[in-house]
Design a binder for this molecule. Structure first.
Ligand code: NAD
Ligand code: ZN
Length: 345
């Protein structure tokens, strides 16, 4: 089968021919219908040798996946061949307390057991076939279009989880800020509009992304630059109730702290780095909280797909063939994609 692999540190991913994998006991093989390209893949491909070793190169990319159940390993029950499914990516052991609540993103045993998400350690979905380790990690797609909706497994689930954390702050009259209106951010805006009453402000460095933000429902859009804090304050003089930062570099962390109101929530979702001040005399607003969430729970993925089913969330997608997948990553890196790049094998 054909697959897109990140093979060597510092090199572009390439399309290679691999043996089609067979599902072992308890595993499910999918014929992949769609796979999304996430900025986290670019992050992995930017890591130096030592850190990249944890991802087991050559790595088949793709942690957003959808497919048709194609073959069942011994003992698999609950899914049938021919069923259309989306893949829940943050695989856990299924046995610990967090997994028992569906929060496999915070599995207590995954690291010790060497369990990694597909495309982020285990072979991913940018291939003709994908092995899913357990039927528990499949969510029925029904008649949802896999290409249109595959990105919801991460670009939908991750912002949904973050927004639910802040939802008690997002009452009518509240304000939410989305920093970075790319793959995750443009879905975040729609989820905020669908499940909260908050006024939504989007900030980005790209004019094109700000246009998209407005199209998908942001009430206000501003350039993410030195004028941003004043512009946000002109709309929300007492500070904002939640900031969803899909960039997370020192300037966006500082901006988030500058616009947050008391009891506000600052959610650092982007895989960047920097430091934030916390303390009564340190400058962060009273009783504000800072959180760095990772992905979401299994039941939340069901909920996100419902938002697509009822028409509240539509992912903007640019479609690429598997052969053109390296170009999708170039465009992601250059920041010229509209919404999410989706690879269709
Ligand atoms: P993306 O490239 O599609 O979007 C990033 C957006 O940020 C772009 O629109 C870009 O123009 C904008 N941007 C860049 N610099 C900015 C700045 N200074 N101010 C405002 N906007 C700026 O990326 P994506 O796939 O949406 O991923 C976003 C981030 O989320 C990445 O860091 C990714 O690794 C991370 N991520 C985290 C999780 C998690 O579980 N925490 C899950 C998935 C992705
Ligand atoms: Zn991702």
């Amino acid at each position: 089968m054909k697959a897109l692999q990140y093979r060597a540190v510092g090199q572009e991913p390439e399309v290679v021919e691999l043996e089609t994998p067979e599902p072992g006991p308890g595993q499910v093989r999918l014929k992949v219908t769609a796979a999304g390209a996430c900025h986290s893949d670019s992050f992995v491909m930017s890591l130096p040798e030592e850190a990249a070793a944890g991802y087991h190169l050559p790595l088949t990319l793709g942690h957003e996946g959808a497919g048709i159940v194609d073959k069942l390993g011994d003992g698999v029950i609950g899914v049938s061949v021919g069923e259309a499914v989306a893949v829940y990516g943050p695989w856990g052991c299924g046995y610990c307390y967090n997994c028992a609540q569906g929060k496999e993103n915070y599995c207590e045993n995954a690291a010790a057991l060497g369990i990694q998400p597909p495309g982020l350690g285990a072979p991913g979905a940018m291939a003709e076939y994908l092995i899913v380790d357990n039927a528990r990690h499949l969510v029925p797609l029904g008649d949802l279009d896999p290409v249109q909706n595959v990105a919801l497994t991460d670009a939908g689930l991750t912002p949904y989880h973050a927004i639910k954390y802040a939802i008690d702050r997002l009452a009518p009259g509240s304000t939410a800020v989305v920093i970075g209106a790319g793959g995750l951010g443009h879905v975040a805006i729609q989820i905020l509009r669908a499940i909260t009453s908050a006024r939504v402000i989007a900030l980005d460095v790209s004019e094109q992304k700000l246009e998209l933000a407005r199209e998908v429902g942001a009430h206000h859009v501003f350039a993410s630059d030195a004028t941003a804090a004043d512009n946000v304050r002109s709309v929300a003089p007492h500070g904002v109730d939640a900031v969803f930062d899909f960039v997370v570099i020192q300037p966006t962390i500082d901006l988030g702290q500058a616009i947050l109101g008391s009891e506000g929530r600052q959610l650092l979702v982007g895989v960047g780095a920097g430091s934030a001040k916390v303390g009564v005399v340190s400058g962060n607003p009273y009783e504000s909280s800072i959180m760095a969430p990772y992905w979401g729970s299994r039941s939340e993925l069901f909920e996100v797909l419902e938002l697509a089913r009822n028409g509240s969330v539509t992912v903007e997608t640019e479609v690429f063939s598997l052969d053109d997948a390296p170009e999708a990553y170039r465009r992601l890196h250059d920041g010229t994609l509209r919404g999410r790049a989706v690879v269709v094998p």
